[in-house]
Write a protein of this length. Sequence first.
Length: 171
Amino acid sequence: MTVDYIAYETLLATRYSADWVKYGAIAAWIAAGASLLTLFAAASALNTWKKQEKTKIRSEFKRSLLALDYAVHMMPDDWGIMMAQRIRLGNRDLLMPGENEASMGLSELKKCWHNAISAWVMCEGQLKKTNLTKQWNELSEIYADFIQGRAKKIKILNKLAERHSVEFIFH
């Protein structure tokens, strides 16, 4: 073998090696670009998921208010302080005819109220941009008066109707 031939083959090998390094660098850049695209797609999916979860939580809150509304409707129209006190005492002998149903209705109302409170807490301040916080506090006061018989059924139903009219799920 001549020296020139060996030098020529070395030159070719070095050039092929440089080509492979170049292809490797291109592949590395493509992989980095694909990684960035994957990162953006994952961030977008995460943001979409967060929005869906917020919508679910808000929907659950509105659903709990509808259940509360139904429970209030099931309470007797003549609900008042005397009936509330007799039921609160828990003595079945003191209850008037039909007040057993009122007692069960009150129990269901309390469950629905608890569910509404839980749903409200789960909103974690998402609804502070609306006037729902003020309405929630007013509803809480009316509810406390209602279960003690100091507020009429129509008062709490009207306050619930105000809450139902506020569009907050998709805002």
